[in-house]
Design a protein around this ligand. Structure first.
Ligand code: NAP
Ligand code: MN
Length: 267
């Protein structure tokens, strides 16, 4: 059986060239067929942003789809393969067809005042912010009031998302073998009157967070690159998702090596 491959790329010149080269390589190979619908393997060409959009396109099929990223851009935290390694990549796909490694995701439910709710999965993080005014929100962990937050907002991230926005707001980097979500503050107000924990918290499986918004009007809510901002949001619930994202592990990098490569190494 031929492996059904979907290819998603951004529109930078380098990615278009890699796309062309990859199509040629795959056309010569009996092991693969390139499809528009129902791929078993999704190859992204670009950066982490490209992989994030591919994830959202196939987030309803995570149990049958594996992902693999080819790096042509700036950082490429999730994208293991380099543009000059295409042949090696295709060879390794032939020899190791079913291998994969999986990472935890974040389950997000946005509840509206009128009783409606919307459900999402995040691969990096979800943030909630007020923007123009101080956001006031009651943070519940496992149905118990934990703190009343005042400040710019809150970020809830996955372990693999811990190196993205979470890291910029002072969160810890978390190894993706740990089933966890991280709650990090964005510019909290802390003084004699208003008090929050003031440090990031790591929350485990079988626990959940609910953030009740106490300010009127519009709030900015993001799920990775998706913007679900609007009025009438009552609360947002977060837990570690039952679904996981599977990566083809053909060139699976040691996580701390990947962190060093992205943030410390200078060559
Ligand atoms: P973007 O503004 O183009 O990307 C922001 C940067 O974050 C890019 O360099 C991107 O890498 C990198 N990145 C994405 N996921 C990462 C991860 N898990 N670990 C380490 N770095 C990561 O936006 P985008 O490419 O559409 O990605 C959306 C994500 O960007 C959001 O989920 C959020 O985490 C992050 N972001 C961060 C900040 C901040 O730190 N202040 C602000 C806005 C957005 P590539 O260059 O390979 O795409
Ligand atoms: Mn990007």
């Amino acid at each position: 059986m031929r492996l059904k491959i979907g290819i998603i790329h951004n529109n930078e010149a380098k990615s278009l060239k890699v796309h062309e080269d990859l199509l040629k390589l795959v056309a010569k190979n009996d092991n693969f067929t390139v499809v528009e619908h129902d791929p078993e393997l999704v190859i992204t060409i670009g950066g982490d942003g490209t992989l994030l959009s591919a994830f959202h396109r196939y987030s309803h099929k995570l149990d049958t789809v594996r992902f693999l990223g080819v790096h042509t851009g700036h950082l490429g935290f999730y994208t293991d393969w380099r543009d000059y390694e295409l042949e090696e990549m295709v060879d390794s796909l032939c020899s190791d067809r079913d291998k994969s490694v999986s990472y935890p995701l974040l389950d997000v439910v946005v509840n509206f005042e009128d009783g409606r709710h919307k459900h999402f999965l995040a691969m990096n993080e979800s943030t909630v912010r007020k923007g123009n005014r101080t956001m006031v929100a009651d943070v519940y962990i496992k149905d118990e009031l934990f703190e009343r937050f005042r400040g710019d907002g809150l970020s809830i991230s996955t372990p693999t998302g811990s190196t993205a926005y979470n890291k910029s707001v002072g969160g810890a980097v978390v190894h993706p073998s740990i089933s966890a979500m991280q709650l990090a503050e964005i510019a909290s107000l802390n003084n004699r009157v208003f008090r929050t924990l003031g440090s990031p918290s790591i929350i485990g499986p079988d626990e959940w967070i609910e953030i009740f918004l106490n300010t009127d009007g519009k709030h900015m809510v993001t799920i990775d690159q998706l913007d679900v901002s609007g009025g009438g949001i009552r609360s947002i619930q977060y837990k570690i998702a039952e679904e996981r994202i599977h990566f083809a592990s053909y060139k699976h990098m040691h996580f701390w090596h990947r962190v060093k490569d992205a943030f410390i190494r200078e060559d």
